[in-house]
Design a protein around this ligand. Structure first.
Ligand SMILES: C[S@@+](CC[C@H](N)C(=O)[O-])C[C@H]1O[C@@H](n2cnc3c(N)ncnc32)[C@H](O)[C@@H]1O
Length: 321
């Protein structure tokens, strides 16, 4: 993986995270060695963007924008299209808009007003996708923003974005799972957004998040929920909103009780909202014939998924270690 080592060293050297760097490097290098027929195409994308002039990164809300008028947009589009589908974003390169399936700024706005400021914080973003949120954390002043995401395509997307930025932004994405990262209490804020319901063992996931947190650190947990009393959770039989690997959707009371059992403090449900087609939508950047929210819902009743379960509703819970 091009660009990886230099960026890795710059991120970990002279940082409190140095203590986990060897293990993270070993795991990441192993992940990048995995055989995947798409890797030559994804590597080509990085070769292209890495040869382009680098530019300044700014927030041009909702876009993370890279400003560089010297970029030839047809060359850039050719590179970005090699990394379809773009699920998370949006990004902008000069005036070229990459409208991803998810308009992630909406989630960030819902979260940002309820969490402790990230300025000078060391933060972990678990299940970071292509690092859109990890970049936003760094742009909000985090001292170090580490994203971990096992899905390789998303790591290539992150590298392509990072390869075009001229400043050493304090954000890094590594292709590792939460289970694999050494458990050291290093982080002031830990994010798990859209990850809990993908875990076979939700309590183990919460335990591992806690093990990464300094005393008093903040957990930002965003997950799918269902209506119901405390103690109720839905385990879909097969797919949920066409997603595989959805194991457990708790009621709010159940979710809170899990956090109490894990000895988290000051548990605060700060937001509950239904996912809308403004936030998750079909765009040209998810490729031909790709489906999105509208295709996952019952065409005659948008309050239900195609499988007949309640349509996606997400909660944000903030609590302390
Ligand atoms: C629904 S996406 C959410 C992405 C982003 N955090 C967001 O809120 O939009 C969940 C991501 O978590 C990743 N993931 C699932 N299990 C994980 C684990 N055990 N450790 C790290 N990442 C994981 C998946 O590969 C997937 O990209």
């Amino acid at each position: 993986m091009k660009l990886f080592l230099d960026d890795f060293r710059l991120f970990f050297d002279n940082s409190s995270l140095k203590i986990i760097s060897n293990e993270c490097l070993k795991r990441s290098e192993a992940a990048f060695q995995v055989k995947n027929g798409n890797i030559p195409k994804w590597t080509k994308a990085i070769d292209i963007t890495n040869s382009l002039p680098k530019g300044k990164v700014v927030l041009n809300s909702p876009y993370i924008q890279i400003q560089n008028n010297d970029i030839n947009s047809s060359v850039l589009i050719n590179a970005l299209e090699k990394l379809l589908p773009w699920r998370k974003g949006p990004f902008m390169f000069n005036q070229l808009k990459l409208d991803s399936e998810w308009q992630c700024d909406l989630k960030w706005q819902r979260i940002k007003k309820h969490i402790k400021p990230l300025k000078n914080k060391t933060v972990l973003d678990v299940g970071a996708g292509n690092g859109y949120f990890t970049l936003r954390m760094a742009m909000d002043g985090a001292k170090k923003a580490l994203g971990i995401e096992p899905f390789l395509l998303f790591n290539y997307q992150f590298r392509v974005i990072k390869s075009m930025i001229n400043s050493p932004l304090n954000a890094l994405l590594l292709p590792i799972r939460l289970e694999e990262i050494p458990k050291v209490q290093l982080f002031d804020t830990v994010f798990s957004m859209g990850v809990l319901y993908h875990q076979r063992n939700h309590l183990e996931h919460l335990t591992q998040l806690k093990e990464m947190m300094t005393p008093g650190a903040e957990l930002v947990l965003e997950t799918l929920i269902v209506e119901g009393p405390k103690g109720y959770s839905l385990t879909p039989d097969g797919r949920y909103a066409q997603m595989r690997n959805v194991y457990c959707l708790p009621s709010i009371g159940t979710l809170e009780s899990w956090l109490i059992d894990m000895k988290f403090k000051n548990i605060n449900v700060v937001d509950i909202c239904k996912t809308t087609p403004d936030e998750q939508r079909r765009t040209p950047w998810i490729g031909d014939n790709a489906a999105s929210l509208e295709d996952f819902l019952d065409p005659s009743d948008s309050s239900l998924t195609k499988e007949g379960y309640p349509a996606p509703t997400r909660a944000i819970v903030v609590c302390q270690n």
